[in-house]
Design a protein around this ligand. Structure first.
Ligand SMILES: Cc1ncc(COP(=O)(O)O)c(C=O)c1O
Length: 368
């Protein structure tokens, strides 16, 4: 399986001989407010610190993460494993746990499978059904957890569908998995975007489940995918300790550390980002629903999943290609397990950019 990501603006700009900045990238789900001004200033003010090695204990950053989640859980640095982006965390956790048989959602974020493949883990899928709006049916899901499964990954909200699994349902799955000695990777990379995060995140349950590993990312909400920073939280401090032992020192560079510390502190940016997203999310969902040839799934965070309705597909329009001709990049979901070329995902961006996308889709389908 060759898994392709969204966000490869470099490749597209080379292919169509366009300047990188001319392309509007809806394929990577990054906070449209961009990196906070405060964080930019901190990075510039601290540029000279690259002459030192990073503090290999990362105490300041870990203290900040503890503070960021304080209202949900009293974690300590023993519960935190820092990674070079959340993707790095996925690979390190899986290569340490070395599961033999895993259950994955289909469709879901592709890196779990890539990482499982590297440790020769066999993979089963729980196929999310369009008729259920791509949501998990709890009973059906539990039935799919075969006896020899020792690892599951849940992505909440799921990428690319944007659908959420209820916290109660996740707790039932966690209980079942704890009883059957199954490790659970719970990917909350997009949870920072939620207004009511505590109603959905499982961080408040962290210390109760020794088998749960919650993945968080700073690259999406704090708009720094090029800088790379993520972390795993777990009540299993033994595994966290082993992950640290098996990782090289100075995994996080000094600038990423500075940017992360300052981001997690920036309440004004955090609140503004959530408010802005709520407005743009409602706007985009409403406008996209009005485009007759699309079936649009209600978004939970900063991206929208949709399909071209049958009948309109037969018009032979390749939406991604048509948009690239207009220097707009969207994510075709044709390489996700369980999806085909009818499905797409777009990020929610600024009002101006969102309007350009809506207008272009309207033109392509000739007002259908
Ligand atoms: C669900 C999910 N988890 C994890 C990641 C990895 O994020 P990072 O940029 O922190 O490596 C992504 C990136 O797209 C993602 O969509």
């Amino acid at each position: 399986m060759v898994y392709k990501h969204g966000g490869n603006v470099y490749e597209i700009s080379r292919d169509i001989s366009a300047d990188l900045n001319e392309i509007i990238d809806f394929s990577a789900n990054i906070n449209p407010l961009g990196i906070s001004e405060k964080v930019k200033t901190e990075i510039i003010d601290n540029i000279d610190s690259i002459k030192h090695y990073p503090d290999y204990t990362y105490k300041r950053l870990k203290d900040k993460i503890v503070g960021y989640h304080r209202e949900m859980c009293q974690i300590t640095e023993e519960n935190i494993y820092l990674s070079n982006g959340a993707a790095d965390g996925i690979y390190n956790l899986i290569s340490y746990l070395k599961p033999k048989k895993a259950l994955l959602l289909a469709p879901t974020f592709g890196e779990y499978e890539m990482a499982l493949d590297r440790v020769d883990c066999s993979v089963k899928y729980y196929f999310l059904k369009e008729k259920n709006g791509f949501r998990i049916d709890l009973e059906d899901y539990i039935l799919k957890i075969e006896e020899d499964i020792d690892f599951i990954a849940l992505c909440n909200p799921n990428n690319p569908t944007g659908q959420m699994t209820d916290k109660e349902d996740i707790l039932t799955i966690l209980d079942y998995c704890r009883e059957h000695k199954i490790n659970v990777l719970l990917d909350e990379a997009f949870c920072d975007f939620l207004m009511d995060e505590s109603d959905h995140s499982l961080i408040d349950e962290l210390l109760k489940y020794n088998n749960m590993y919650i993945l968080r990312s700073l690259t999406k909400f704090f708009a720094m995918p090029g800088l790379r920073l993520g972390y795993i939280l777990s009540g299993n401090s033994g595994v966290i300790g082993e992950l640290k032992k098996t990782s090289p020192p100075w995994r996080i560079n000094v600038i990423a550390e500075v940017a992360a510390i300052s981001s997690l502190d920036d309440e004004e940016y955090i609140n503004k980002s959530k408010e802005n997203l709520n407005i743009e999310k409602a706007f985009m969902y409403d406008k996209m629903k009005q485009i007759k040839c699309l079936r649009v799934f209600e978004p939970s965070v900063n991206y929208i999943f949709f399909k071209i309705n049958q009948g309109f597909c037969s018009m032979g329009i390749d939406l991604k290609k048509e948009l690239i001709d207009r220097k707009i990049l969207i994510r075709s979901c044709d390489n996700y397990v369980g999806l085909d070329g009818e499905f797409y995902r777009v990020a929610i961006k600024s009002r101006n950019e969102n309007e350009i996308l809506l207008r272009s889709i309207g033109e392509i389908f000739g007002g259908l």
